[in-house]
Design a protein around this ligand. Structure first.
Ligand SMILES: Cc1cc2nc3c(=O)[nH]c(=O)nc-3n(C[C@H](O)[C@H](O)[C@H](O)COP(=O)(O)OP(=O)(O)OC[C@H]3O[C@@H](n4cnc5c(N)ncnc54)[C@H](O)[C@@H]3O)c2cc1C
Length: 509
């Protein structure tokens, strides 16, 4: 296996794309002894992988489309991922209100029976019937019964970052804000052209992995000047965030008249996240944003079910992403397969291989990575065994429970508020001590940016988690963006500029 070194600069694999699929493959590969390079044109998780419904789920509705392979794999992954990263993933109960004019109760009961039994389930509770009491139920009085089942909620962008950190800790080279602008096959290896704010450079790799998400087909056609084996359908999905419309930590899954489903999910203690839509998207994936139709649709579905009636003015924030789905020529965007397809292209034995990832879900990223490694095994006879199933992600090491970590933080850091201790424990797990160091009070944590963000955390995010600007920190590392006003963002930006300058001066010296 090639030991990458600076003179030779030839990696075993170069991965294009720092979404969940790219970092998942990079992490798995480096842990099996390959030398790995990954480039991301923006920030890690800045596209689809931070715009999801944030669920680790089997996908109850995919049963209707007979996606049994996908559902079985995804159901089993819930428990695997829960064990790997209990700080960023937590079990969640889902309530499905039942109304007689929708799918019949027997069909739902059958679906839930399969859901309970198709995949291995040890930690998550099974499904049951529920009766709603009008006095306490947040649902409209005419909704009197339903079903309840288990899935998990995840901090999607942190799942990406933790995989990237683990990959780097095992030796992977991961660069952000660096675009792959082209790549050519030369003498059995890929020469990969990269561009960042400082200019262009190149690296070489034996295998090129195209995990560019919504850009997967464009990358093959435009940047590699090759033909794509599969087509891609971009399906937009949007969410709205509103002040919480019900108490408690359960989510609701609402069946709409059009047979689509929409979730209402408790989000960051104070909010409810409502989504998603499914509509064909033909624009630039960098520019995707919610449309008025989608806003109306989500408000209508919520208002049809909940006593609290929402208006457009109640919306605090929205986010949209595009699912890069493998084109199966389905007429209905909601019915296009959520399964993944890996395409290996190599016309003759001496040609450097290209592996492209089409489709997939956050939930199945680890299995997708294992399949990717199986596909390229023939080029690396000494490839190590699969290892990710039992390996903890950063922050899960020595973690007894998130609850006990919260108490530990509260006991150690004088003046800390409960919400910040909770946020730190969930976001960082036991890695929180890396930036809390020997501090014993909040006054030792440097500049206070408000809402529990201090300079020591910011420095850690810049040094250890590839954060460059306030959006990286507020949206994808901490989710504090819903609380920060313009002035607070500006103060953070100014601090980051001075931090980068100080680091630059230190490097020059
Ligand atoms: C609305 C919505 C809800 C969803 N909900 C769920 C859910 O609840 N649970 C679940 O399991 N899944 C869910 N999904 C699916 C899941 O989010 C996606 O399958 C997954 O995030 C795709 O990851 P990816 O790595 O393929 O793509 P991305 O996350 O988009 O990553 C691809 C990356 O490649 C980079 N890139 C592209 N071209 C280049 C280049 N030339 N050079 C360098 N970098 C490049 C991009 O900048 C991008 O960051 C949802 C998706 C959507 C849209």
């Amino acid at each position: 296996m090639t030991q990458n070194n600076e003179q030779q600069n030839c990696y075993d694999i170069a991965v294009i794309g720092g979404g969940i699929n790219g970092v998942g493959i990079a992490n798995d590969a480096v842990g099996r002894g390959l030398s790995v390079f990954l480039c991301e044109k923006d920030d890690l998780a800045s596209h689809t992988s931070s715009a999801s419904s944030k669920l680790i789920h089997g996908g109850l509705r995919y049963l209707e489309h007979k996606e049994f392979r996908l559902v079985r794999e995804a159901l089993a992954e819930r428990e695997v991922l829960l064990s790997k990263a209990p700080h960023i993933i937590r079990p969640m109960r889902f309530i499905m209100p039942h109304q007689p004019h929708l799918r019949p109760a027997w069909l739902i009961r059958t679906g839930l029976f399969f859901y309970d039994h198709l995949g291995k389930r040890e930690k998550l509770a099974g499904s049951n019937l529920v009766q709603f009491v009008p006095e306490t139920s947040p649902l409209k009085d005419e909704i009197t019964r339903g079903f309840e089942y288990s899935d998990c909620a995840v901090d999607d962008s942190r799942l990406v970052i933790l995989n990237a950190m683990q990959a780097r800790e095992q030796g992977a080279q991961i660069v952000t804000q660096t675009r792959c602008i082209s790549a050519q096959r030369e003498n059995g290896v890929w020469t990969v052209q990269l561009e960042n704010e400082h200019g262009q450079y190149q690296i070489q790799a034996k295998v090129l992995v195209n995990a560019a998400g919504p850009w997967v087909a464009k990358f093959i056609k435009q940047d590699l000047q090759l033909k794509s084996q599969y087509g891609i359908r971009l399906i937009q999905g949007s969410h709205i965030i509103v002040p919480k419309i019900y108490e408690g930590d359960k989510a609701f899954i609402m069946q709409n008249d059009d047979q689509r489903i929409v979730f209402a999910i408790p989000y960051l203690n104070q909010y409810t996240m409502i989504g998603t839509t499914d509509r064909e998207y033909t624009g630039d994936p960098n520019q995707v944003e919610i449309s008025q139709d989608e806003i109306d649709y989500l408000l209508d579905v919520s208002n049809d079910h909940f006593k609290v009636q929402l208006k457009q003015e109640d919306i605090i924030s929205t986010f949209s992403g595009v699912r890069p789905l493998c084109d199966d020529e389905s007429d209905n965007p909601a019915a296009i397969t959520r399964d993944y397809t890996l395409s290996l292209s190599q016309d003759h034995e001496n040609e450097a291989p290209l592996l492209s990832v089409f489709g997939g879900k956050l939930t199945t990223y680890r299995k997708l990575a294992e399949s990717a490694l199986d596909q390229i095994r023939k080029f690396f006879p000494e490839l190590g065994k699969s290892w990710t199933e039992k390996a903890l992600l950063p922050g899960a090491e020595n973690l007894d429970s998130v609850e006990s970590l919260i108490v530990e933080i509260e006991n150690k850091i004088k003046g800390i508020d409960a919400e910040t201790a909770q946020r730190w424990a969930h976001a960082f797990g036991t890695r929180v001590w890396k930036f809390l160091g020997h501090a014993t009070s909040i006054h030792e944590l440097g500049q206070d940016f408000g809402h529990g963000l201090y300079a020591q955390e910011v420095d850690y995010l810049v040094d250890q988690e590839w954060a460059m600007n306030s959006l990286d920190i507020l949206k994808r590392r901490t989710k504090l963006y819903l609380k920060f006003d313009e002035n607070a963002v500006q103060a953070l930006d100014e601090y980051l500029v001075s931090l980068h300058e100080r680091r630059l001066q230190k490097d020059v010296a």
